[in-house]
Write a protein that binds this ligand. Structure first.
Ligand SMILES: [Zn+2]
Length: 249
């Protein structure tokens, strides 16, 4: 009997929760422009030298060029088309208030590391679960692990490290493969996480409980993966030098 008597209340409570959730997601939230990091990648990271990338928006060209190769600001050196900090596909798919910056870093002994930052705008669709964009067309994730990177004067930074494998079939039929790593983490105001799901939960609770939506950044660092595991030291030492310069103090 008692269970039956409680039922109408449960329905009412359920409706109230559903209504408040619906309100939380439809009523305009206070988007503050506050972010945890700047849309910035340093020119030098230790003895690594960076060169920013620009992408041609002309559909028939879509070249990627280094800032150092550009003679006329904003103009593609190959076709004269308009240049953007994101690729044409990204510019077509992402909300227009998304900001992206990409840089290639080279060490004195010729090693290469790519770094990028994606800053979300008002819409949440700016940042996707990274795994969805990385697999397919011969690319697979062999392993994923969280790496805790010691940082000076604060708690360690946890980043997600994906061990990537790229397989290609050569014209003569032979199969080749090469290994790389893809490390990433998310940064909001006073928040950092290597997990996409944690970021989603924080965003939802900020909206529902505080009627607030901060801007989130997605930072990645990628490069070649060696067999002996030394690449994790490379990630740690690179991030230790790069990340503090991006933080908003
Ligand atoms: Zn072009």
């Amino acid at each position: 009997m008692e269970a039956n008597a409680a039922k109408p209340y449960l329905v009412v409570i359920g409706l109230m929760v559903a209504t408040s959730l619906a309100l939380a997601f439809t009523v305009d939230v206070n988007l503050s422009d506050e972010a945890g990091v700047k849309v910035f990648l340093p020119d030098r990271v230790g003895d690594w030298t960076g060169d920013e990338l620009r992408f041609c928006q002309e559909p028939s060209c879509q070249a990627s060029v280094f800032l150092s190769e550009i003679r006329e600001p904003g103009k593609c050196p190959k076709c004269g088309g308009r240049l953007h900090t994101m690729t044409k596909i990204e510019a077509d798919l992402l909300p227009s208030d998304t900001e992206i910056l990409k840089k290639q870093y080279t060490s004195p002994n010729g090693q290469v590391v790519f770094a990028s930052i994606v800053m979300s705008g008002r819409e949440r669709a700016s940042i996707h679960r990274p795994q969805t964009c990385l697999v397919g067309q011969g690319n697979e994730i062999e392993n994923s692990s969280v790496l805790d990177i010691p940082m000076e004067g604060r708690d360690p930074l946890s980043v997600m490290v994906l061990d990537m494998l790229h397989r290609r079939r050569l014209p003569d039929g032979r199969q080749t493969s090469h290994e790389s790593y893809y490390a990433y983490w998310f940064v909001g105001k006073n928040r950092e996480t290597p997990h996409h799901i944690t970021r989603m939960i924080w965003m939802a609770s900020d909206r529902i409980l505080h009627n607030r939506a901060h801007r989130w950044a997605y930072i990645s660092v990628s490069g070649r993966r060696d067999a002996d595991g030394a690449y994790k030291n490379e990630i740690a030492s690179f991030v230790q030098k790069m990340y503090p310069e991006m933080l908003i103090r």
